[in-house]
Design a protein around this ligand. Structure first.
Ligand SMILES: O=c1ccn([C@H]2C[C@H](O)[C@@H](CO)O2)c(=O)[nH]1
Ligand SMILES: [Zn+2]
Length: 141
């Protein structure tokens, strides 16, 4: 399930998350793909952790924005997250987390229905979905 709404229709906390994902994207180190991604992750305690993609000349060592944010947050003591905003731009379309990031989010999601927002840098519209929809029948131990 997903819905697309205008940026301004969301509540203040959500809009703050969206703005921080847009800002985080500015820091992306994407000199090989030129594809910048920014994220903002909301922890159970209410704090926001941001991330961007960090590429490497040895391409497979590149890190996605979502996992940058998760690793930052977990290393600072946060282990559960409620929401994540992902900001990217591909010919005007929404950018969605890759399969590896979906699995990593699943590890630390407070609920399997963790809210996932796909944000456009233009602040025009936002696609709202959830992790259950993006990762059905998820693997868990
Ligand atoms: O979920 C994703 C998928 C891709 N990227 C980055 C990795 C790479 O630097 C660039 C192109 O794949 O986009 C992310 O940050 N998040
Ligand atoms: Zn990814």
């Amino acid at each position: 399930m997903f819905e697309v709404k205008k940026f301004v229709e969301f509540d203040e906390q959500e809009k703050q998350l969206f703005r921080e994902s847009i800002q985080a994207r500015e820091e992306a180190y994407a000199i090989y793909s030129n594809f910048k991604v920014g994220t903002a992750l909301l922890s159970k305690s209410g704090k926001i952790y941001t991330g961007c993609n960090v590429e490497n000349s040895s391409f497979s060592l590149s890190t996605c924005a979502e996992r940058t944010a998760v690793v930052k947050a977990v290393s600072e003591g946060e282990k559960e997250f409620n929401k994540i905003a992902v900001c990217g731009l591909k010919e005007g379309q929404f950018v969605s987390p890759c399969g590896s990031c979906r699995q990593v989010l699943n590890e630390f999601a407070q609920s399997s229905h963790m809210e996932v927002y796909l944000v456009k840098p233009s602040q025009t519209e936002v696609l709202k979905t959830n992790l259950k929809y993006l990762l059905p029948l998820a693997f868990n131990l």
